[in-house]
Design a protein around this ligand. Structure first.
Ligand code: SAH
Length: 225
């Protein structure tokens, strides 16, 4: 089941932030190989300009990562789309965990597609801003937590899917354990200075891994900030 969210009219945007500009981004993503219509619909729905500083809003619908302060970035739309496709692959997850809330954009896209999104961030200042955005857009199926995401969100486990939006050295074992059998963990894994986006499906016997290609993410760090 797809959860369509009706956004408040004042967030629709004009000119460089209009629905038309958003639709152009969707067409660009389609031409770059994103084919899941559910994902494209979610990207056309969520106003990305609401997730960046106002000074950057005219660039919000370019297919690039942008700075969000505190040395962090909002992910490139293509990467958000690709990770979301991987999470939806082979089913309709209800409960998804995201590690690395950042601006909140990835969580907002997920919130259009699944019943409940749980998102964890280690930088309190970013989390506060993200919460404000979720509230403004009426995205009340996103639950946030200020914590080190290496530990996941044990009391809410198991999850049907988990997205990690920061590069991890190796696959965090706790996260695999918090995945339902058949669920997918999508995580950028760093090895020798190179990051690969991995889709790891938990099976009865262990895990199945798929390499989705090269990516560039900020590093996953430990502790709180
Ligand atoms: N999903 C975000 C991308 C943010 S960039 C978006 O759509 O905007 C990655 C984020 O991961 C940063 O905000 C960073 O602080 C956070 N992060 C890094 N290590 C983390 C950890 N161990 N636990 C939780 N969040 C972490």
């Amino acid at each position: 089941m797809i959860h369509r969210r009706k956004l408040k009219p004042e967030t629709q945007g004009i000119g460089m932030t209009s629905q038309r500009t958003r639709n152009r981004l969707v067409e660009r993503l389609r031409s770059k190989g994103i084919s899941d219509e559910r994902v494209l619909k979610a990207i056309s729905t969520i106003p990305r300009h609401e997730f960046v500083d106002e000074a950057l809003s005219s660039r919000a619908y370019e297919d690039t990562a942008l700075p969000i302060g505190l040395s962090q970035t909002i992910s490139q739309p293509w990467v958000v789309a690709r990770m979301t496709e991987a999470i939806l692959d082979g089913g309709t997850p209800q409960k998804v965990l995201e590690v690395g809330t950042g601006s909140g954009y990835q969580a907002a896209v997920l919130a259009c597609l699944v019943s409940q999104v749980f998102t964890v961030e280690r930088i309190e200042e970013l989390l506060k801003l993200a919460r404000r955005r979720f509230h403004k857009l009426g995205l009340n199926n996103i639950f946030t937590r200020y914590a080190d995401g290496h530990l996941g969100w044990p009391s809410q486990a198991p999850f049907d899917g988990i997205i990690v939006t920061a590069a991890s050295i190796g696959v965090p074992a706790e996260l695999i354990q918090q995945l339902r059998i058949g669920g997918v963990l999508v995580v950028p894994v760093e090895k020798g200075g190179i990051q690969r986006l991995m889709a790891i499906r938990r099976t009865e016997e262990g895990v199945d891994e798929e390499d989705l290609g090269g990516v560039i993410f900020v590093p996953m760090l430990s502790g709180l900030s």
